[in-house]
Design a protein around this ligand. Structure first.
Ligand code: TGC
Ligand code: FAD
Length: 402
């Protein structure tokens, strides 16, 4: 933009290239745009050329963990002295958007590390633990995971049975966690477990501790480039200094989820944009009945609805970001954005897949991969229906969970 506020020709061109229909770039700062462009370029160079093969092989591109640290994707809005990027919440969101334009699994690698591992350590651990773990997590030297969900307690984590017992100078941890992103490759896990009083406590458990294992979960048709596993604890000794001193109850893990759900609300837009881009290009090139299919009204309806929904989601995310920057984004507002934007992205992926016809089911185009990934994104970090009930509770004041 020029200093007098008029939009330059270059910015207008960019709007069409990147489908910034309501010129949201104008709402962003130089720092946001620089962060976005840097991550976008990295995704184009390092993720897009290889992601289909990793997805096909159901293999995690582990070499990207370190690179994600190098580009500042871990904890962009955490302070730099604690391994973060020192940026604001909108920068964090837009980085997640660009990562998920590449693949939801790549965004998962970053959002787990930044929001579910670094954030709880930053917010709840002792100064000593912060210094011990955060710089190495921020750089990608250490990989972390977050253990909340259990085999019998998914949407209802408050019912967890994983527990710690005081044993003098340490605790003894027993139980199991399920569906844990990164667990088989993690150096440490942030684990939530109940103490003798039934209060939920958070702690860092280092891999290699006797009695602790993290077997991989196989057979996923979604998020195949992200590694998922269990966490199994059999009389694991956890040093007392590894247990977060001051936080008790479900609000500990839920506060981390708020941070990660916020990032997903932005991230999903990236997946939608990648599908929309592909469908728009394909529809202009694919000729049927002697015309590009983009000329048919039904294709235009699909594309017009896709860009409308993407634009609404972008505005929702941006406004949520301005609230988050002031520390005023409520958990219910975050739930609304996560739910809306992920569902929007899944619908866009499905429509985009249709526009590609038979080619849409192949790995020559990204839509089917995004579509499969987004089925997980719709479920993790609180399912589509759980977020609806959080909104329902917020507007009625009545709790459907009790
Ligand atoms: P409830 O009684 O409502 O709340 C317990 C306490 O927590 C407080 N609270 C929050 N605090 C901070 N942030 C939030 N978002 C919060 N939501 C609630 C609440 O005020 C209360 O505080 P206090 O002081 O009164 O104790 O709890 P509930 O047991 O009724 O459950 C509510 C429910 C169902 C909404 C919640 O359990 C829930 O969100 N369930 C969904 C579970 C979920 O999202 N799991 C995600 C696991 S991690 C994951 O999926 C990572 S994917 C990683 C990747 O990106 O790869
Ligand atoms: P359930 O809770 O059994 O839900 C099944 C269905 O019942 C859903 O449709 C749900 O909406 C519905 N339902 C449940 N309760 C209600 C209700 N009260 N009213 C109406 N409908 C209801 N967890 C972690 O802790 N860490 C991770 O890193 C992590 N990564 C994941 C990665 C992947 C690939 C996946 C698939 C999951 C991951 N999860 C992780 C777990 C995820 O958060 C849970 O799968 C999710 O919270 C749902 O729990 P569940 O699968 O047990 O489903």
């Amino acid at each position: 933009m020029e200093s007098n506020g008029t939009i330059t020709k270059a910015a207008k061109t960019d709007r069409y290239q990147h489908h910034d229909y309501y010129i949201i770039d104008e709402l962003l700062t130089e720092e946001h745009l620089l962060a976005r462009d840097a991550v976008r370029a990295w995704v184009k160079q390092e993720v897009s050329p290889v992601i289909e093969q990793y997805t096909e092989k159901a293999e995690c591109p582990k070499h990207l963990f370190k690179q994600l640290g190098e580009i500042g994707a871990y904890g962009p809005s955490l302070p730099t002295e604690y391994g973060g990027g020192g940026m604001d919440e909108i920068a964090y969101g837009i980085i997640m958007q660009e990562l998920e334009r590449g693949d939801s699994g790549i965004r998962s690698m970053a959002s787990v590390q930044g929001s579910l591992v670094m954030y709880p350590i930053y917010r709840y651990a002792s100064e000593e633990q912060k210094k011990k773990y955060l710089p190495k997590l921020g750089s990608g030297e250490f990989i972390g995971c977050f253990g909340l969900t259990e085999p019998d307690h998914g949407s209802n984590p408050g019912g967890m049975i994983t527990n710690i017992r005081d044993n003098g100078d340490h605790y003894i941890l027993n139980g199991a966690k399920m569906w844990i992103t990164n667990s088989p490759v993690a150096d440490l896990a942030v684990v939530w477990a109940k103490d003798e009083e039934g209060k939920i406590r958070g702690m860092v458990v280092e891999s290699g501790t006797p009695g602790f294992s993290a077997p991989e979960i196989h057979g996923k048709w979604s998020l195949r480039a992200s590694i998922t596993g269990e966490l199994v604890f059999e009389d694991v000794k956890v040093p007392k200094e590894n247990v977060f001193p001051d936080v008790r109850g479900l609000k500990g893990p839920l506060s981390c989820l708020s941070k990660a759900r916020y990032g997903i609300a932005w991230g999903a837009i990236g997946a939608a944009l990648d599908c929309y881009d592909s469908a728009l290009n394909y529809s202009k090139e694919r000729i049927q009945f002697d015309k590009p299919i983009a000329q048919f009204q039904l294709t235009q309806k699909k594309l017009a609805e896709m860009i409308t929904e993407i634009t609404k989601a972008q505005l929702l995310a941006w406004r949520l970001g301005t609230l988050a920057n002031k520390g005023e984004a409520s958990p219910a507002q975050i739930s609304m954005a996560k739910r809306n934007n992920v569902h929007m992205a899944l619908e866009v992926a499905r429509e985009a897949r249709q526009i590609h016809g038979g080619m849409g089911i192949t790995n020559e185009y990204p839509c089917m991969r995004h579509m499969m990934n987004l089925e997980t994104v719709l479920t993790y970090e609180g399912t589509h229906d759980i977020h609806l009930l959080i909104t329902g509770m917020d507007v009625t004041g009545l709790n459907a969970f009790k």
